[in-house]
Design a protein around this ligand. Structure first.
Ligand code: BEZ
Ligand code: FE
Length: 291
């Protein structure tokens, strides 16, 4: 490449960056100038060809076309498998050292799910019974009574209710509340690992790059308490085969929990009317105060 080629490429980049110099909103100006600069540097560095550029345009077009208004958001899925969602999560929660760590929201949350009693079973189809209990506290250790835990998980077929329309409404979803001691108890089935949707461009990307689509088994939580920051996180099954290779990079060591086997004669089985052998997990949450 000649010196004049390099100079003219730099000139194109400089002109494109400068074209945003009069953006009235300072943050928008900063974001766009950085974006264009990095994008141009990337193209120059990898010597992006026209055919490759067009393939990228087609890939992004197909990503948009795969989205719908209700359940499918292929761009978020793309951000997830590129690790961008977890990077943004880390930036957003810088300096939040004392609170429970957050992780990806994921595309399968549904609002307005049933309120559930302390210890109520949210598995409307019987399965490998589980009980998860713990306490919600503030960063000083004070238990938070009346906190809401909105939870969701897949069925044993690896699909969420809503995504899998054959499951009853509200299956494996619900809004639990802490008691006067800040405690919660959720009856359910032991979460299983499942693949993220692979029938779109993101699936093709994973395929072309030899990556698997699996997420380690987890239970999703969204916690709210007055005067405290909302926490969106998961609790992961510690022994899952995909715990070290989550397709969306969501695992944090502090969010791993062991489901311990307990017999049907365990006192907790009668307290929570379980009636079979089950698995017990314990996990405490800490919520940050609102700034
Ligand atoms: C989930 O855990 O539900 C999820 C998260 C990111 C991408 C796909 C699914
Ligand atoms: Fe999930």
């Amino acid at each position: 490449m000649s010196h004049s080629d390099i100079a003219s490429e730099r000139e194109i980049t400089a002109r494109a960056v400068n074209s945003f110099a009069h953006t009235p909103d300072a943050r928008l100006r900063f974001l766009l100038q950085k974006l264009v600069g990095h994008l141009h540097n990337f193209a120059s560095e990898v010597e992006l060809g026209e055919a490759e550029w067009f393939q990228a345009i087609q890939f992004l077009t197909a990503t948009g076309q795969k989205c719908d208004d209700v359940v499918r958001q292929e761009f978020i899925l793309l951000s997830d498998v590129l690790g961008l969602s977890m990077l943004v999560d880390a930036i957003e929660h810088r300096n939040g050292a004392e609170a429970t760590e957050s992780t990806v929201f994921g595309p399968f949350y549904i609002s307005g799910m049933p309120d559930r009693e302390y210890g109520e079973n949210m598995a409307l189809i019987p399965g490998n019974a589980s009980l998860i209990t713990g306490c919600v506290r503030d960063i000083t250790g004070k238990p938070l009574a009346g906190a809401t835990l909105d939870v969701w998980q897949t069925a044993e077929n690896g699909q969420y209710s809503g995504q899998d329309v054959t499951q009853p409404h509200g299956n494996l979803r619900g809004r639990y509340h802490t008691d006067e001691h800040g405690r919660y108890a959720i009856r359910s089935v032991v979460p299983v690992s499942y693949p993220i949707p692979t029938d779109g461009p993101v699936g093709q990307l994973l395929d072309a790059t030899g990556r698997h689509p699996w997420r380690p088994a987890h239970l999703h939580f969204m916690l709210d308490a007055p005067g405290h920051k909302r926490l969106v996180t998961h609790v992961f099954n510690d022994d899952d085969p995909y715990i070290d290779s989550d397709a969306v990079f969501g695992v944090k060591d502090s969010l791993r929990v062991v489901y311990q086997p307990r017999g049907a004669s365990d006192p907790l089985a009668s307290q929570f009317d379980i009636g079979t052998d089950f698995h017990l997990a314990s996990f405490d949450f800490v919520l940050d105060t609102t700034a």
